[in-house]
Write a protein that binds this ligand. Structure first.
Ligand code: DGL
Length: 281
């Protein structure tokens, strides 16, 4: 048993789609979250830069004594997971392998699409993982950075969002798939529009949601579950952003249905993230 928090990191609000699943599937567990909104998107950045930014977020959470780390960002998982797993002495869970495993399980014909950031697509992490599991799979990748922009900077429930999704996914009219992996944690915010654009026959895989099954496995394997008799008080969950505190709280609060969500600001000082509670905007 271990009552410390699980730490989550992402380039922005995308990882909250993973947190949402965590709150549903493992409600006893405390949440600490860092979103590097000031430097998002990570998708177009070189892998070594994403690796460096990822370590800065991780180092901040380590100081807060987390018991497990969830890299709730595909781009960061592709760039940093092996390094984090090799160097940290707490369990580290990424979002890509759980998505690969779920897609292989769910696909009927092995025709699998992946929508993700440019960084994730270029890393071939999904592509290689899928082919490793099924040599006969036909994997079609599409970078969709527009969806990250919609999620962070616009109303992701708007008609505008719907049109952006619809237009981008016309690509799959000529590249038929039976299963589509949402290979970026921002994308489940627009899952309804994505399903509508792909049609009801295509199965969507939400990598973030699948990831929580791996988290549960690790909680049990390493005896890290929070005491059930004394579950986490979610008013003590902590959310941090390097960007606008207000905007994070508005979008995050809406997504997690948490009107009281407290979000604190982190300054980027050299290679270190430093808490600055005087920033409230
Ligand atoms: N949410 C992120 C992911 O899962 C990255 C979005 C971005 O910063 O480009 O890949």
């Amino acid at each position: 048993m271990d009552n410390r928090a699980i730490g989550y990191i992402d380039s922005g609000i995308g990882g909250l789609t993973v947190v949402k699943q965590a709150l549903l599937q493992i409600p006893d567990e405390q949440v600490y979250y860092v979103g590097d909104t000031a430097r998002m998107p990570y998708g177009p950045r070189p892998q070594d830069e994403v690796l460096g930014f990822t370590w800065q977020m991780v180092n901040y959470l380590l100081k807060k004594d987390i018991k497990m780390l969830v890299v709730a960002c595909n781009t960061a998982t592709a760039a940093a997971l092996p390094d984090l797993q090799a160097k940290l002495d707490i369990p580290v869970v990424g979002v890509i392998q759980p998505g690969v495993d779920a897609a292989l399980r769910k696909s009927t014909d092995g025709e699998i699409g992946v929508i993700a950031t440019a960084g994730t697509v270029k890393s071939l992490a999904y592509y290689n993982g899928l082919l490793q599991g099924n040599r006969a799979a036909n994997v079609v990748q599409l970078a969709a950075p527009e969806f990250v922009d919609v999620a962070e900077n616009h109303d992701y429930t708007s008609e505008f969002a719907r049109q952006v999704v619809k237009e981008k996914l016309t690509y799959f009219k000529n590249h038929q798939v039976d299963t589509l992996i949402l290979g970026c944690t921002h994308f489940p915010l627009m899952e309804g529009f994505i399903q509508e654009a792909m049609g009801p026959k295509v199965t969507l895989v939400n990598s973030g949601a699948e990831t929580i099954s791996t988290v549960v496995e690790f909680l049990d394997k390493y005896d890290l579950r929070h005491a059930a008799a004394n579950p986490a008080d979610h008013t003590n969950d902590e959310y941090f952003t390097t960007g606008s505190v207000k905007r994070f709280a508005t979008i995050g609060g809406r997504w997690l249905d948490d009107k009281e969500m407290t979000v604190k600001h982190l300054d980027i000082v050299g290679d270190t993230l430093v808490l600055n509670e005087s920033v409230t905007d």
